[in-house]
Ligand binder design. Structure first.
Ligand code: ZN
Ligand code: MN
Length: 486
């Protein structure tokens, strides 16, 4: 293939399932994995004569997300019917928002691999209802499950400001962090709470002229890995297709493609006609939504420090690496827990290490957050202080922290119970060191002779002291004594 100069252009369409108890326009409960068609009523199965009633919470969560995405929130917004036929859409239309979206003209900041951030413009965000699901599981027929029909979705559309698969992934991860921080969505990818549709094309420069390849929309991606892989694949496919055929936006149609995860390929689904005729018109059954200033202020009070800002602050304020700060701010509760422990007197790096190396691992195994392990921030701070003061070793701190999930005892009590308090008593350790030196004349000689063997011999002697004290001597103190005696 010829070596072409090109730019990757990606815009995203994202559907986020909102964290409400009930559906968008009826009181059916939202719950995942229930028996098919057990969470339905006349409204969400589209029975004639049934009337929708708007879910206020869904509107508030959408506005909150819009604010977090720096959007302008429309004072007046309405509901429109998007008409199309599909077996999982019994009304034959979806209630959505067409020309007056709830939120518009915002931006999101995403972290880049080089530690910088990039601003991606948000075109709009609007509220709509989800469709049901067509199941093709058994036999030579399909089944329809309407449990999901009517679930509130926030659709977010970005400008085509993304220029690599890694950036698309970064936006997805960042958006997940934001909606979770705000309690807007559980954002569980495996449950389909967030679905991504990248629109991908290339601007190719050839012989001083620029060519734009036809846009391909990749449908319904619900894992970060699939997002990154599918965009990477699509870039190569379009490059290859352009090299072979010279196809451009002018000569080819926009297409919709699916992602085959096993094959690692995007697959053509359909060529899109330019103007989809959904015959949008205002829903006569629903009143428009008008935000008063006081209602908006109430919603705005639900905002919090944005995760990317918090991550940056952790780096500066607590002297953490960007990586560690990212791990600690992945979940709001973990970040809160960390800050509480630091405020209780724990040294930030020590608390960070305990949380990232022990806490998060245990939390992962217990399928909860680090803050829910049953350890109080005060006790975590106390443990950090003991490790910092040399009363316990770093290894012992981990053992004690594991134990702390099972008991409310203070770390000091646990350390004593488990016999993990380090020997810092210089006089006592000196006696032991003397003894070890007397027993190991050869090693002492090696140290004194200097040269290659000296370092190994020193290590050996230190090891002997540690063994003698069953690992409870403070290695720093022992090393000092050894240095002095030799
Ligand atoms: Zn219902
Ligand atoms: Mn949509």
């Amino acid at each position: 293939m010829e070596n072409l100069e090109y730019k990757i252009i990606v815009g995203l369409e994202i559907h986020v399932q909102l964290l409400t108890k009930s559906k968008m326009f009826c009181s059916c409960a939202i719950s995942f994995g229930e028996r098919a068609n057990s969470r339905v009523c006349p409204v969400c199965v589209g029975m004639p004569g049934s009337l929708p009633v708007m879910n206020k919470k869904a509107v508030e969560l959408s506005a909150l997300a819009g604010m977090a995405l720096n959007c302008k929130i429309a004072k007046f917004t309405k509901w429109d019917r998007k008409s199309y036929y599909y077996p999982d859409l019994p009304k034959n239309y979806q209630i959505s928002q067409y020309d007056l979206p709830l939120a518009a003209a915002g931006f999101i900041e995403i972290p880049l691999e080089n530690g910088q951030t990039k601003t991606i413009r948000i075109t709009r965000a609007h509220l709509e209802e989800d469709a049901g699901k067509n199941l093709h599981t058994t036999g030579n027929f399909s089944q329809v499950d309407l449990n999901r029909a009517g679930t509130p979705l926030l659709e977010i559309v970005t400008e085509p400001d993304l220029s690599s698969a890694a950036e698309v992934r970064s936006l997805a991860v960042e958006l997940q962090r934001i909606v979770r921080y705000l309690g807007v969505s559980e954002a569980d990818m495996q449950k389909g709470h967030m679905r991504f549709e990248p629109n991908v094309n290339l601007h190719i420069t050839k012989d001083g002229k620029e060519y734009k390849t036809p846009i391909a929309e990749i449908k319904n991606l619900n894992s970060f890995r699939a997002i990154e892989r599918s965009v990477d694949y699509e870039v190569q496919r379009q490059l290859d297709e352009f090299s072979r055929t010279g196809i451009t936006m002018e000569t080819g149609n926009k297409t919709t493609r699916g992602w085959d995860d096993d094959a690692g390929k995007t697959v053509l689904q359909r060529e899109k006609e330019e103007a989809n005729d959904y015959r949008y018109f205002p829903d006569p059954d629903l009143v428009p939504v008008e935000f008063t200033d006081s209602w908006l202020a109430e919603i705005r009070a639900g905002l919090c420090e944005m995760p990317i800002k918090r991550q940056l602050r952790f780096v500066n304020e607590y002297d953490l690496s960007d990586y560690d700060a990212g791990v600690l701010t992945a979940e709001r509760t973990t970040a809160d827990f960390f800050e509480e422990a630091v405020k209780s007197g724990g040294q930030s790096k020590r608390v960070c290490n305990l949380l990232t190396q022990v806490g998060l691992k245990m939390a992962n195994e217990a399928n909860c957050s680090a803050a829910e392990l049953g350890i109080t921030a005060e006790n975590l701070a106390k443990l950090a202080k003991m490790a910092d003061g040399g009363q316990i070793s770093a290894t012992a701190a981990k053992t004690i922290m594991e134990k702390m999930t099972q008991t409310a005892d203070e770390p000091k009590v646990i350390a004593e119970q488990l016999n993990l308090i380090q020997k810092n008593d210089t006089a006592e350790l000196e006696v032991i060191v003397e003894k070890i030196l007397a027993e190991n004349a050869k090693a002492v000689e090696d140290v004194k002779s200097g040269g290659k063997k000296s370092k190994a011999a020193k290590g050996f002697l230190l090891g002997q002291v540690m063994q003698k004290t069953k690992g409870r001597a403070n290695p720093k103190v022992v090393a000092e004594i050894l240095e002095r005696k030799l």
